[in-house]
Design a protein around this ligand. Structure first.
Ligand SMILES: Cc1cc2nc3c(=O)[nH]c(=O)nc-3n(C[C@H](O)[C@H](O)[C@H](O)COP(=O)(O)OP(=O)(O)OC[C@H]3O[C@@H](n4cnc5c(N)ncnc54)[C@H](O)[C@@H]3O)c2cc1C
Length: 263
């Protein structure tokens, strides 16, 4: 089926085009949308994108920093002012994914994804929304609570306050499988609790470096609580490890399927 690609210089025009077409999908970095298209998602017949410069800009706004929703994880990693977000951006996929995946797109990524969304939530972010009718601002928390009902709306930007000091905000990705880097069992079981805000993200399936899109339909982000569970006892050698079957899962609406856990 042919797919129409519509590009608009202004985000407001893109939002109008989205609002008027139920089969249109906004395209940001495309890490999930292009995958869905390549896998034959017939619910999408039009892809809407925007070349609005503000969409990919990082700019200070008084005590806050505004991240255009089209800012990529790599852009964050290249920006010293955003050092507090570097561990978060680094936790998202591999280099190729980070070069394309956007802040806005991460707000829509199904669980267990959403590392950036979880961090922004802990930073009390607000989102600027652009609809066909105009724009409005709301708390990220409120936005995520109604995310699935926000059709025809584009997230234009996300605003956060700079954390007060180096220890005021920390991020730790918690995973059941060994993620990139080297979290030991003790690290995995305990998040540090030494004041400040902690954005953590527990992954039920093991998100690691490049796991594929998750189980579908998840909330995407949440304020993480430090785990108080003790490290799990060593597995007895006589007990076989339970394995997840490597089967193709039915994709949740609007998400791509996962055909094996290694992609
Ligand atoms: C191999 C792989 C590994 C990954 N690993 C991780 C990981 O470890 N941690 C993690 O958190 N995430 C991970 N991800 C998910 C990744 O973060 C998301 O794919 C990415 O953030 C989505 O951004 P995008 O710009 O590519 O979105 P797109 O694919 O362009 O869009 C995704 C969805 O969001 C909507 N959307 C995008 N931007 C906006 C906007 N501004 N306004 C309204 N709607 C919008 C689109 O319409 C679409 O429905 C991984 C993805 C892949 C493919």
């Amino acid at each position: 089926m042919p797919i129409a690609v519509k590009t608009f210089p202004a985000l407001s025009e893109a939002a109008s085009a989205l609002a008027g077409d139920r089969s249109a999908r906004f395209l940001a970095g495309g890490t999930l949308v292009m995958r869905a298209l390549n896998e034959g998602d017939v619910s999408i017949s039009t892809v809407v994108r925007s070349t609005d410069r503000a969409f990919a800009e990082i700019r200070p706004a008084g005590a806050r920093i505004v991240l255009g929703a089209g800012v990529t994880m790599s852009q964050i990693l290249a920006n010293r002012e955003l050092a507090f977000l570097h561990p978060v951006a680094r936790a998202v996929g591999g280099p190729a994914v980070r070069g394309a995946a956007t802040v806005g797109g991460n707000l829509f990524a199904p669980a267990p994804y959403g590392d950036m969304a979880a961090a922004l939530l802990a930073l009390d972010a607000t989102v600027q929304l652009q609809g066909g009718y105009g724009g409005r601002e709301m708390l990220l928390e409120e936005f995520l609570g109604n995310r699935d009902r926000q059709t025809g709306v584009i997230v234009a930007s996300v605003a956060i306050a700079r954390p007060a000091g180096p220890d005021a905000f920390r991020f730790r990705k918690v995973s059941r499988v060994k993620p990139k880097g080297h979290l030991g069992p003790v690290d995995r079981a305990h998040l540090p609790l030494s004041g400040g805000r902690i954005a953590g993200r527990a992954s039920p399936t093991g998100d690691g470096a490049d796991s594929g899109p998750g189980q579908g339909g998840g909330a995407g982000a949440g304020r993480a609580r430090p785990s108080t569970r003790p490290a799990s006892p060593r597995r007895s050698p006589s007990r076989p490890r339970a394995r997840r079957p490597r089967t193709m899962r039915s994709p949740a609406p609007g998400t791509a399927a996962r055909c094996c856990p290694c992609i």
